[in-house]
Write a protein that binds this ligand. Structure first.
Ligand code: NAD
Length: 469
């Protein structure tokens, strides 16, 4: 017997009861989620510090504030989002009512990773609740303090008939996935994403995959290199580099590389002092396995800055690797640590070819004082998101969709995009029982004259077509 079948069935019964459908119910649960974030702020900060040595500043900004913003935005806009959307009609349906109903899917499963262990389960959960679904969240077992906190405290705020937290790792998740869900939302690595997609396929369950990859950052010759360095170091070292949208590597000419290294040194020094290990503002690698994996990447290129490590603390210093070759280990996998490799290229065209010859990234960054260059990179490449002249700031805009393309993921969320992701857009046409004479046009026995009239009542003309000629 599958250990999760009973729980899934209870949630399905709650969903079928219609309890989650009213606006008032959804708002009450979103408000409860908001209270959880507010009232448990200190315990949340403690759990994140214990899991990732996450500085309180970073945790409050990226985990708590961004979730609270989603809650408030959903509550502020829910009425408009939920409304039926009336659509244009053809001649045959002029007297009818045609609209899109935003229906909840039913019971949805949200699986999260360890790097933003609160944000990456709660932000999708806001969308799922707003859309009227019942939800099971499965946080990462690796960020165990946050997992425990979510399992113990979230149910004390939310309606337990409709929302549940399941704990455990790959084995438990595999068992959970044997059950039929109506939507699956997964954030994690591309390898596990494929396993989730296979499990979803067995029940033909729609899904979102928020995956990772290597985010390129092109730096043009015409830049204020200190500003570039500040923004790069911030993006690369936030959460000790364990961010899916972090700039993963820099592409620039050899001259720019040499000019960029001193400003990078200055940025690291200004942000974290001469001994970043002692800075309260610099995090740690999640565990020994990831520490060893990242440390092995330090052999690529030459260490231009940093490079120090401490296994006891899972500490890796902010590091810049110069003259890195595309074939070296650091360029074969997502780094997910505070290491910034620089790969030199001859010009922007070569940078674009380099980016286009690899998997499409979750985020792409381009720095230049010349907006034509930024636009050239934007126009000639493909990625989940794009930022000109900064890193990671796209995450702060709830009005932008967040998600990958190709190997970096499938689907999008944040703000209204989350609501739409967790809603089935149901096509509705309500016809009147009268005017049956008009329907004879489409009934057998078929008459050629009727076909002409019927076709013209359904016809869509190209704009600018003159019907008199
Ligand atoms: P992961 O894929 O190892 O784990 C994610 C979740 O899947 C966890 O809850 C885990 O318990 C579960 N899981 C792991 N193995 C499983 C299996 N065999 N069967 C079923 N479930 C399994 O990812 P991670 O190491 O926790 O997170 C890091 C990855 O997540 C990176 O690749 C990063 O880029 C990506 N990520 C992406 C985003 C995004 O928004 N696109 C955000 C954060 C992290």
């Amino acid at each position: 017997m599958n250990p999760y079948t009973g729980r899934v069935s209870c949630l399905r019964a709650s969903w079928l009861s219609g309890k989650t459908r009213t606006k008032e119910y959804r708002v009450s649960q979103l408000e409860a989620l908001g209270r959880f974030l507010d009232e448990k702020k200190n315990v949340i900060l403690d759990a994140l510090a214990a899991d990732l040595h996450k500085p309180a500043f970073e945790a409050e900004l990226s985990e708590i504030a961004l979730c609270s913003n989603e809650v408030n935005y959903a509550i502020n806009n829910l009425y408009g989002w939920m409304k039926d959307e009336y659509v244009d009609k053809n001649l045959a349906t002029q007297l009818d009512s045609a609209f899109i109903r935003k229906d909840p899917f039913g019971v949805v499963l949200i699986i999260g990773p360890w790097n933003y262990p609160l944000h990456l389960v709660l932000v999708p959960m806001v969308g799922a609740i707003a859309a009227g679904n019942c939800v099971i969240v499965k946080p990462s077992e690796i960020s165990s303090c946050t997992e425990k906190l979510l399992a113990e405290l979230l149910p004390t705020y939310l309606d337990q008939d409709c929302y549940a937290v399941v704990t455990g790792g790959p084995q438990e998740t595999s068992q959970l996935l044997e059950n039929k869900f109506d939507y699956i939302f997964f954030t994690g690595s591309p390898g596990v994403g494929k396993i989730i997609m296979e499990a979803a396929a067995k029940h033909v369950t729609p899904l979102t995959l928020e995956l990772g990859g290597k985010n390129p950052c092109y730096v043009d010759n015409s830049c204020d290199l200190q500003n570039v360095a500040n923004r790069l170091v911030w993006g690369r070292c936030f959460n000790a580099g364990q961010t899916c949208t972090a700039p993963d590597y820099v592409l620039c000419t050899i001259e720019t590389q040499e000019k960029l290294i001193p400003p990078l040194r200055q940025a690291i020094m200004e942000f974290y002092g001469p001994k970043p290990k002692e800075s309260p503002d610099f995090g740690r690698i999640i565990n020994d396995k990831h520490f060893k994996r990242i440390r092995a990447l330090l052999d690529s290129g030459r260490i231009a800055l940093g490079g120090q490590t401490d296994e006891c603390e899972c500490y890796i210093a902010p590091t810049v690797l110069a003259d890195v070759k595309p074939c070296e280990p650091v360029m074969q996998e997502e780094i997910f640590g505070p290491i910034l490799p620089i790969v030199t290229i001859a010009n922007v065209e070569e940078a674009i070819n380099f980016i286009n010859s690899r998997e499409r990234p979750l985020a792409l960054y381009a720095f230049s004082c010349n907006c034509k260059v930024v636009n050239q990179v934007l126009d000639s490449t493909s990625s989940g998101g794009f930022v000109g002249n900064d890193t990671m700031m796209q995450m702060t805009l709830i009005t932008l969709p967040f998600g990958g393309i190709g190997y970096s993921g499938l689907g999008k969320y944040h703000g209204k995009f989350s609501f739409d992701t967790f809603s089935h857009h149901r096509a509705c046409l309500l016809r009147s029982m009268g005017l049956e004479k008009l329907n004879y046009l489409r009934y057998p026995p078929y008459a050629h004259r009727s076909l002409g009239l019927l076709l013209s009542s359904l016809d869509i003309k190209r704009k600018g077509t003159c019907t008199l000629l």
